[in-house]
Design a protein around this ligand. Structure first.
Ligand SMILES: [Zn+2]
Length: 234
């Protein structure tokens, strides 16, 4: 006869196999994540693009400022070299010179702002690059650890599976099948220990007569509350 104690031992092996499978799946999921640098790399790409845009704008404004400066020099020369004497022409030249000077001032302010923006952007790029390097270094260590875990779990699993196989062979197959169905239905625990008269799975107190039956071990007793196979603890 297959005793509930034997089934409990079988369950210990099955729970160990479950734990190994969960640990392996978790390690593989983490390995698949690639270390999490992707989000930072995306941020870096976008920051690099921003920097490029700011630089292009800076180049454009520099060219424009140079031509305005040239224009300003030309106007000043016309105003002060004495060739133009007509007061009306001089006045309009003066007006234009003022306009150009204002534009130039505005360009210079913009150029300064763009330089500042470029500097900020360069700093952000450097920060992101440092962060990526940090993540990748940490990931090298972590992924090596995870690969080691996965590698070591395979022989561990094999060992537990072999032991389970040896035990299962000594048990009645009908009982093992019933146990397996119950284990599936009860989220991994088909056999519950009874300690101090309580089913350790659902904490229900067993009637004395039922507890006696469990203690004797002569028949399979199910918990009247959770339906699990009961096994005397201790
Ligand atoms: Zn129970």
């Amino acid at each position: 006869m297959t005793t509930s104690r034997q089934l409990f031992s079988l369950q210990e092996f099955d729970l160990a196999l479950d734990r190994i499978d969960i640990e392996k799946a978790e390690a593989e999921t983490e390995l698949g994540s690639g270390g999490g640098a992707v989000a930072v790399e995306t941020a870096l790409e976008s920051e690099k693009q921003t920097l490029e845009e700011v630089r292009a704008l800076h180049r454009e404004q520099t060219t424009d400022a140079e031509s305005q400066r040239q224009r300003s020099t030309d106007l000043d020369r016309q105003l002060y070299d004495g060739e133009v004497t007509d007061p009306q022409v001089l006045e309009s030249l003066q007006q234009e010179a003022n306009n150009v000077r204002n534009i130039l001032q505005d360009r210079d302010t913009k150029l300064m702002e763009l330089s500042l923006k470029a500097e900020e952007s360069r700093n952000r790029c450097a920060e992101l690059e440092a962060r990526i390097a940090e993540i990748n270094t940490a990931w090298e260590t972590r992924s090596a650890q995870l690969n080691k875990i996965v590698k070591e779990l395979a022989p561990q699993r094999e060992e537990v599976r072999a032991k389970r196989g040896v035990l299962a062979k000594t048990l009645e197959s009908v009982v093992v099948e019933k146990y397996e169905i119950l284990r599936k239905a009860k989220k991994g625990t088909a056999v519950a220990k009874v300690e101090r008269g309580l089913c350790q799975a659902c904490r229900m107190s067993l009637p004395t007569q039922q507890h006696q039956k469990v203690k004797s071990g002569r028949e399979t007793v199910h918990c009247s509350s959770c339906g699990r196979i009961l096994c005397q603890g201790g």
